[in-house]
Design a protein around this ligand. Structure first.
Ligand SMILES: [Zn+2]
Length: 350
């Protein structure tokens, strides 16, 4: 798609109109068909962003930290996982959640068949991802990532977008990657570059598990070199950086900030980060989540599961008490996730 047809398509979407049949039939660098542009890709197919509703942008259903060499669906019984997880998804739905982004990447326990099934059983919209997890000392990075180029890795991830994951037809709704702290290692920098290239080919947003502010800003520099705008990138675990100036710096560049460690013991800190962003006029870049769950493969009964509830029962009421309005809460729980994850290439200068 050239710039003019892109602008025409964008204008059509902005005006609320559908794309012309000619554009629908066209192929785009930012989506397999231009009809996907502006949509959210869920495990059940594309939906318009306003269908997401209240969204938890960062949670987990199942994680297996055994390492890339040994990870396999044979290590657990899917029936057991459904039995353990389904009540927590239903609970989240009863509390008002409509959509949950499952942030477990391939080689860390991503199981899209399971997600599709749990989405149907719970009535929650679920979204999965493509990409590799470079945090936690690279234990979950598969061998090929060390020998292939960023371009080759981007080809692999783009194939999942085009053809579906592992023959299921389920397509990723975002790119999940992860890095350790700064300075970025060679493999972390490569994964970031691969994510940037994949973004340009698919229009999928990048959510990166990030160890602190320096690592965040380093990734933004890599994206910039590849011509990718900061608004294509979500700083996952931004709460690990305590310097709010750095939060503001990243958000002012256009990055999305995810304060996603909400639990019974971290409410006050998460409230203070959100209130700080409000004070700076940057709430338009903030999302909140628990980073909770999950069925722990290898532990009896899936181990201790953390529910997806505190955000609704404790955190949002605490935000209101701190002066955050209903409209602002809607912005960070509904509007921002829909905008952050909508498919569309965000190139610098466009
Ligand atoms: Zn996580």
């Amino acid at each position: 798609m050239n710039r003019r047809t892109f602008l025409r398509a964008a204008a059509a979407i902005a005006a609320g109109g559908g794309l012309s049949p000619k554009l629908m039939a066209g192929r785009s660098a930012a989506g397999r068909r231009t009809g996907e542009k502006g949509k959210i890709m869920t495990v059940s197919g594309p939906v318009p962003p306003d269908a997401l509703g209240v969204t938890l942008p960062h949670e987990h259903i199942l994680v297996d930290f055994i390492g890339a060499d040994q990870v396999s669906p044979d290590r657990y019984n899917a029936e057991d996982v459904v039995r353990v997880v389904l009540p927590y998804l239903k609970q989240a739905k009863e509390l008002g959640c409509r959509t949950l982004f499952e942030c477990t990447p391939a080689y860390l326990g991503r199981d899209v068949k399971l997600l599709r099934r749990l989405s149907a059983l719970s009535g929650l919209t679920l979204v999965t991802n493509t990409g590799y997890y470079g945090a936690a000392k690279d234990k979950s990075v598969p061998k090929q990532a060390f020998v292939e180029s960023a371009d080759q890795l981007a080809d692999r991830w783009t194939r999942e977008w085009k053809d579906g994951i592992d023959g299921t037809g389920v397509r990723p709704g975002f790119i999940k990657t992860g890095v350790n702290g700064a300075p970025l290692s060679a493999i972390d920098a490569k994964l970031t570059r691969a994510a940037a290239l994949t973004h340009l080919r698919t229009g999928l947003t990048i959510a990166s598990h990030t160890g602190g502010g320096k690592a965040a800003l380093e990734q933004l520099e890599i994206l910039k070199k590849e011509g990718v705008g900061a608004s294509a990138w979500i700083w996952v675990h931004a709460q690990t950086e305590k310097d709010t100036e750095v939060h503001a710096q990243a958000a002012a560049r256009g990055a999305w900030l995810e304060f996603d460690g909400i639990g019974p013991d971290s409410i006050e800190q998460h409230v203070s980060f959100v209130v700080d962003m409000k004070r700076r006029g940057l709430l338009g870049k903030v999302m909140v989540s628990h980073d909770a769950g999950w069925y722990r493969v290898g532990e009896p009964g899936g181990g201790a599961f953390r529910a997806f509830d505190v955000l609704f029962t404790k955190f949002l009421p605490a935000l209101k008490q701190a002066g955050v309005t209903e409209a602002e809460i809607r912005q960070i729980t509904v509007t921002n996730p829909a905008a952050a994850f909508a498919v569309g290439a965000r190139k610098i200068g466009t």
